[in-house]
Design a protein around this ligand. Structure first.
Ligand code: MN
Length: 131
């Protein structure tokens, strides 16, 4: 697969750079934002199949922003995968409860990451087909 649109929302420059490089290497169309506000600006003109959502964002956190997107008919079909550095017990449950479709822990594995992303994009394609 290639060409699928992905939005990365991540405030850590090092993580953002790594994730972006890995996705560009798979020929995805990638946009980035460092917080919820910037993400909304990007989403006004860019329609991703997948959002990678850092949960620890400055300003509105990733869980609240996910809830907001999932309650908006315009965005509710976008697959959202939570990214968090804090693999705390209960974090995955919190992410799913907020509406995230999946969960990944940082640091990401450069080997596993593209495989996981491809799986989530299949999920996105299946979701779109159903409607
Ligand atoms: Mn962060």
């Amino acid at each position: 697969m290639a060409g699928e649109a992905i939005l990365i929302i991540e405030d850590n420059p090092t993580n953002l750079k790594l994730v972006k490089i890995l996705l560009l290497a798979e020929d995805y169309e990638v946009r980035t934002a460092v917080n919820a506000e910037e993400a909304l600006t990007v989403l006004a003109t860019f329609h991703p199949q997948l959002i990678l959502m850092d949960l620890q964002l400055p300003g509105k956190n990733g869980l609240d922003f996910t809830r907001e997107l999932k309650s908006n008919p315009k965005f509710k079909n976008i697959v959202i995968v939570a990214l968090t550095a804090y693999a705390m017990k209960g974090d995955e449950e919190k992410a799913i409860a907020a509406g995230c479709d999946g969960y990944m822990t940082k640091p990401i594995s450069v080997v596993e990451f593209p495989i996981e992303i491809a799986k989530y994009l299949l999920k996105s394609a299946a979701k779109t087909k159903k409607e």
